[in-house]
Design a protein around this ligand. Sequence first.
Ligand code: ZN
Length: 67
Amino acid sequence: MFLTQFSQEEGYGNVNRECLCGEIRYECTEQPVMAGHCQCKDCQKISGTGHISSIALPREAWTLRAP
Ligand SMILES: [Zn+2]
């Protein structure tokens, strides 16, 4: 699970975060081009909640580091 909060100072770009256990890190260098919530039955079933939140980023703006 990723928990990300964007501060007003850092905006939505230049974010460097990690998952709760610290094994997976991700970096985002640009603002999302789109953000939204999907409330379809599949997303509800996968998440066990009412929706899944997602963002879309340019591929070159996203780096994932996992062992
Ligand atoms: Zn969906």
